[in-house]
Design a protein around this ligand. Structure first.
Ligand code: CMC
Length: 365
């Protein structure tokens, strides 16, 4: 049997790319996107401007303002919604969105990238509406991206604080170093398969509960807890069953995830309309969880991650929890596209090695 080297479990600590796109500082709890701190971007920059920032230098002829081109891309991809048949509508939203996205042509130019950025934004409201027995609504290419998503979802203009909340969310989750979905997108891009293939790889990796699938279960947890006085007993029982608390812990952050704080303001602004009771309850659950996790894992700091406040924000915007991962994809797809182009521009085929630890044929032993 071959000598075993230590297993690079989960590739923790392995540097697999150099990037100008974003940096996650897990000790300081800081996220930098293209030279700007998340604190300076969230709530101050539109998703269209942020996408332009991420794309800068990676696409020739990038227009100064991506708003009209992204609006046009939303209108173009809406044609695919005709293929949302009864069978597809029975799937989870992320599976249905992925199937519609797979219908888009592969390519590596700006038009392809914008169609992919538009895809989850247009397909998610359509899938949610069809699953609720409603007719999908066409996008308005003249509208802002966040406002148009909410209009396609609800069939009525959204309030300014709702548009601002979704815009802040999309910016906040747009890029985050070499997370699992971005790495998956870069691996596929490194083979020169095309941006659609890279986006599909990213979406498939995002779907898992350890990555972008966590916020739906956060709502399930809050609903099961029901009232602040039940929080401690519920959490202790979950940990005793060796379950993980969704919305807590992170591979990189050893302190609070700065994205959780970026979302707190919009969450509170939206909650004000309904008296703020849900947020107060969630904060009580969060405080109990942090206290118990500290005692449960004294050597491993486990703090609140982005998904906890994502769940509250998307719930306040009336997205069904089953579609939360698709909303995450609406933001993260901008990062996938920029990383894919960065990989194509400067990177080689990603092809690591494995150490064989299985049996060998007798004559070679
Ligand atoms: N609840 C309870 N215990 C936990 C949690 C948690 N949320 N997170 C980690 N632990 C424990 C884990 O069980 C392990 O204990 P042991 O050593 O006894 O087996 C220890 O802490 C170390 O965990 P790990 O699996 O080595 O940590 P990781 O870096 O591989 O995992 C994580 C990071 C995000 C997958 C994990 O913290 C987790 O599963 N969190 C819950 C799911 C979640 O909220 N995911 C969203 C992440 S933020 C969005 C994004 O950026 O993708």
């Amino acid at each position: 049997m071959a000598a075993q080297s230590p297993s690079p479990d989960g590739l923790e600590g392995v540097v697999a790319a150099h990037t100008v796109l974003s940096e996650v500082d897990g000790q300081a709890g800081r996220l930098i996107i293209r030279g700007c701190s998340l604190d300076d971007l969230a709530g101050r920059t539109s998703f269209e401007a942020l996408t332009g920032l991420l794309f800068d230098g990676f696409f020739p002829d990038l227009p100064e303002d991506l708003t009209p081109a992204l609006g046009q891309a939303r209108a173009e991809v809406f044609a695919q919604v005709a293929h949302l048949d009864a069978d597809l509508a029975t799937r989870t939203p992320v599976e249905a969105v992925r199937a519609l996205m797979a219908r888009l042509e592969d390519g590596d130019d700006l038009a392809t990238a914008l169609r992919l950025v538009a895809a989850p934004a247009v397909f998610t409201p359509a899938v949610v509406r069809v699953q609720a027995g409603q007719t999908p609504l066409a996008p308005d290419p003249e509208a802002g991206h966040a406002a148009d998503i909410l209009h396609m979802l609800h069939g009525a203009p959204a309030r300014p604080e709702e548009v601002a909340g979704l815009d802040t969310y999309l910016v906040t989750v747009s890029d985050h170093g070499l997370n699992a979905s971005t790495f998956a997108a870069r691996v596929v891009a490194s083979t020169r398969a095309g941006l659609t293939s890279a986006a599909l790889a990213g979406l498939s990796a995002l779907k898992g509960p350890l990555h972008g699938g966590a916020p739906g279960p956060v709502i399930e947890m809050l609903d099961e807890i029901g009232a602040p006085q039940n929080a401690r007993a519920w959490i202790e029982a979950a940990l005793a069953r060796k379950e993980r608390l969704m919305g807590f812990g992170h591979r990189i952050y050893r302190v609070r995830d700065p994205r959780a704080d970026a979302l707190k303001g919009p969450v509170r602004a939206l909650a004000a309309a309904t008296g703020g009771g849900r947020v107060a309850f969630a904060e009580a659950v969060e405080a109990a969880a942090l206290d118990i996790l500290k005692a449960h894992k004294p050597d491993r700091p486990l703090d609140t991650n982005v998904e906890f406040y994502t769940a509250l924000l998307l719930e306040a915007l009336a997205f069904p929890p089953s579609a939360f991962t698709c909303v995450f994809a609406m933001g993260r797809v901008a990062g996938w596209m920029a990383h894919a182009r960065e990989q194509i521009a400067g990177g080689r085929l990603i092809r690591p090695q494995s150490v064989y630890v299985g049996p060998v044929p007798r004559q070679a032993a």
